[in-house]
Design a protein around this ligand. Structure first.
Ligand code: OAD
Length: 239
């Protein structure tokens, strides 16, 4: 396990961190992209072609997320943030499980399921209900312009300059539960490593970026993240 004390930690999470809470991943054999065509439900072109289909996809995911609880991995990462002075969690997940567990220094680079974006006025709103073709924007009061506040393929992920600054400064980069297939998140490990960070992957299986990591731990996030965090905190105490 990791031996020295780290001062600035960046954690990247993906669908695997929420899998033990019962949320489907994307690319596992029974994952979301085995059931839906990504071009139809997760691109601006798919939304332009058939907005109702896209709304129904996200409405279902929003409804399915109700009552889902954070697992031991989310809880351990929140504890790390509460105990360690400089931890940033960057998640590709649109669920709200990191914040439900208590994480506050958190970037949702692919947006949030429980948020809506007005394509006309650009305002974002907390959103828990279904959305449809006639949904009215609470800010500009116009109908037919609301979309899920999620980043689709071909769109720019959120808060990239903050993320890149954190990657350039961190001395430990940890990737949890992501297959490493989606750019730009898949490139974060190489960026952090080029700036001198130690890099660790925690995943069920080796990701496609495995060669960029100094160390890899395989297993279920809810089982391997808590002892990893405990070890980090113990090492920090010993210094
Ligand atoms: P993927 O579905 O591509 O990868 C999930 C990873 O989690 C895989 O490597 C699994 O082996 C691993 N995994 C599964 N169960 C696990 C568990 N219990 N514990 C630990 N690891 C587990 O999901 P992401 O890499 O997050 O983007 O996908 C990245 C992006 O692609 C998503 O944010 C989404 C998707 O298309 C958009 O929709 C824009």
């Amino acid at each position: 396990m990791v031996a020295p004390r780290y001062e600035r930690i960046v954690i990247l999470t993906g669908a695997g961190v929420s899998a033990d809470s019962g949320i489907s991943t994307f690319r596992d054999k029974d994952g979301i992209w085995a059931k839906y065509d990504v071009r139809e439900v997760a691109t601006p072109e798919g939304f332009a072609r058939n907005p109702l289909r896209v709304h129904e996809f996200y409405n279902r995911r929003r409804r399915d997320s109700a009552g889902v609880e954070p697992n031991a991995a989310h809880v351990a990462l929140a504890r790390l943030e509460q105990t360690h002075p400089d931890v940033l969690v960057v998640t590709q997940n649109v669920d709200a499980l990191h914040e439900a567990a208590g994480s506050r220094k958190l970037i949702h680079m692919h947006g949030e399921l429980l948020s809506a974006l007005c394509a006309r006025c650009g305002e974002r709103h907390a959103w828990h209900e279904d959305m449809g073709l006639e949904t009215v924007c609470p800010s500009c009061h116009r109908p037919g312009c609301m979309r899920p506040n999620v980043v689709w393929f071909g769109e720019m992920p959120y808060r990239m300059s903050e993320i890149e600054n954190a990657l350039a400064r961190c001395d430990l980069f940890v990737s949890i539960g992501t297959s490493g297939n989606v750019y730009p998140a898949s490139g974060f490990v190489a960026q952090a490593r080029a700036h001198g960070a130690r890099t660790v992957e925690l995943n069920l299986e080796p990701s496609s970026g495995i060669s960029h990591f100094h160390e890899a731990i395989q297993g279920r996030a809810s089982e391997i993240v808590p002892p990893f965090v405990e070890q980090l905190l113990r090492n920090a105490e010993l210094m």
